[in-house]
Ligand binder design. Structure first.
Ligand code: GLC
Ligand code: CA
Length: 553
């Protein structure tokens, strides 16, 4: 395995939607083991698996009931051990997803708290309301509604920044922090090579007051003790093992905080996920609206993070897709005529950046958003809550559905498309129906087809992943944004020890000319999504629809 995370690529698996081996319609851990050779073929170094611990699955496993045991729907501890061992054989390290901002209300700690045990009650955030049914603060849950739930027995409320069945942990309590360290050590001893920390920048709450100007996020995002907590966790656990890679999911964070979260010498985490570049089709922070993608904003945000994180010796995770995002080819590319070109173009932009790229299952074959036409097909708690909230605000059912279709997290959660059979090879044809419907386009878009085709999106991603290993300039180089104000070109230059790499992409489905393009004579064109070379004359580069190319010297 490649121990240098700057040369590595991570493949994210959402096990529930990846591969079902026991025919119950739910993906499982044996399904991941079965597909390890496929993942190896792609060339990645790590697999990040989203949670498969015991859970009532109200938020598909992000509501953990027991961190030490495997949800039987996913498999057994033996399966996990086998997966770690089989991954190791293939040079692939396993990264587990640790959810420590909250636990399921079915977790033993919360159950004991509800029984009135003061030791465990202090594991959570219980507060008095303001009387007359008014909760302690006006904070909003990220899944909709107020963030406090009333408990009659105590005449108090507990805080849940997410679903009502996900109770926030009280990190002020040292016993909570010690329990968390124990969990990390347990999995490190099992041979886990990395961790992804769920919404980790929300664990330190500044105060419990009304937010007069917002939803409360300013009181708990990048809170006052966050760096102290991360350093403590680092020093007590994964910081003792240089080979462990960590990534923090940072919700609505600031870059100044990320310099510390992911600084080379700050002793916190290896890298961070930030999401500002994926809010360019939102209205501010409001996701449940339909607005066109702001391409200039997208570039400005990516370049800002790229250059400033580099200046501060801090490291980004770079990505378009995960289990909380719509599919990128539908979002910023073209599902139709230029499906293949646009999927490759989007991959090119990410994979030549400074940072560690993450590929989300199915992205490497250009999977698209769902084709759902009825709300009953959606499963995600956030989507279903907001479908109701939108209608409460006065939208018609069909307008609300349209917004859900575009922004729902279920777009990224339909079954992995392995082949063109009835259930896309996710489940066998004689299996129970998959827990969420397969996209009808699996007859055309599937892994089996692409493995046979040298020109497929899969093989293009394979090449991008290999390039990061071969060319130090991609892994270690500085970055200089190019064509910053150009309305359709996304381009940048990387430099390292006398080597240079130029990546250029047309973000749109029409021809475009880039005036002032750098002269690439004498460079080698190392990858591109059109067969022949891009034409460049007198400082003008002509890019065809969604064309992308990369030059190296
Ligand atoms: C993160 C996860 C998301 C989950 C939420 C609450 O954002 O990626 O899937 O719903 O945290 O745990
Ligand atoms: Ca199964």
């Amino acid at each position: 395995m490649n121990n240098d995370f700057r040369k590595s690529t991570v493949y994210q698996i959402y096990p529930k939607s990846f591969c079902d081996t026991n025919k119950d319609g739910l993906g499982d851990l044996r399904g991941v083991i079965e597909k390890l050779d496929y993942i190896k073929e792609l060339g990645v170094d790590y697999i990040w698996l989203t949670p498969f611990f015991v859970s009532p699955q109200n938020d598909n496993g992000y509501d953990v009931e027991d961190y030490y045991n495997i949800d039987p729907r996913y498999g057994t501890m033996e399966d996990v051990e086998e997966l770690i061992a089989e991954g190791k054989k293939r040079g692939i390290g396993l990264m587990f997803d640790m959810v420590f901002n909250h636990v399921s209300t079915r977790h033993e700690w919360f159950r004991k708290a509800m029984e009135g045990d003061p030791y465990y009650k202090d594991f959570f955030i219980f507060r008095k309301g303001k009387g007359d049914g008014v909760p302690p603060t006006n904070w909003e849950s990220k899944f909709g509604g107020n963030a406090w739930e009333y408990v009659e027995k105590f005449d108090e409320y507990y805080l849940h920044l997410f679903d009502v069945t996900q109770a926030d942990l009280n990190w002020e309590n040292e016993n909570v922090r010690k329990e968390i360290q124990k969990i990390l050590k347990f999995w490190m001893e099992k041979g886990v090579r990395g961790f992804r920390f769920d919404v980790i920048n929300l664990i330190s709450k500044a105060c419990y007051e009304d937010d007069e100007t917002g939803d409360g996020r300013k009181y708990y995002t990048d809170g006052p003790k966050i760096h102290q907590y991360l350093k403590e966790m680092h020093d007590a656990t994964f910081g003792k093992d240089e080979g462990i890679v960590t990534v923090g999911e940072m919700s609505s964070t600031t870059m100044e905080n990320c310099f510390k979260y992911a600084g080379r010498d700050t002793g916190e985490l290896s890298m961070v996920f930030s999401f500002h570049h994926l809010k360019v089709d939102f209205m501010g922070n409001e996701k449940w609206v339909l607005v066109p993608t702001d391409f200039q904003k997208l570039k400005d945000i990516i370049f800002d993070w790229q250059t400033k994180m580099a200046e501060h010796n801090a490291w980004n995770a770079v990505f378009w897709c995960n289990h909380d995002q719509p599919r990128v080819v539908s979002r910023f590319g073209d599902e139709g005529k230029y499906w293949k070109e646009s999927a490759k173009m989007l991959g090119t932009i990410i994979h030549c950046l400074r940072g560690t790229p993450y590929v989300y299952q199915g992205e490497e074959i250009g999977m698209t958003n769902t084709d759902f036409t009825d709300i009953s097909q959606f499963k995600d708690v956030e989507s279903l809550n907001h479908y109701q909230i939108l209608q409460d605000k006065g939208l018609s059912a069909s307008d609300a559905l349209r917004i859900i279709q575009i922004h729902s997290r279920d777009n990224g959660r339909t079954p992995m498309q392995w082949d063109d059979t009835k259930y896309a090879g996710f489940s066998a044809e004689d299996s129970a129906e998959p827990w969420i419907a397969v996209n009808g386009n699996h007859t055309r878009i599937n892994a089996a087809e692409q493995l046979k085709d040298e020109d497929s999106i899969f093989h293009y991603y394979q090449k991008l992943i290999a390039m990061r290993k071969e060319l130090d300039v991609i892994a270690y180089g500085d970055i200089e944004p190019l064509a910053v104000k150009d309305p359709c070109v996304f381009a940048y230059r990387r430099t390292y020890e006398g080597h240079e790499l130029i990546a250029a992409a047309n973000f749109y489905g029409r021809d475009c000319t880039w005036k002032g393009a750098p002269d690439v004579t004498g460079y080698e064109r190392v990858i591109g999504n059109y067969k022949d070379a891009v034409s460049v004359e007198n400082g003008v580069m002509n890019l065809r629809p969604y064309e992308a190319a990369v030059w190296y010297k």
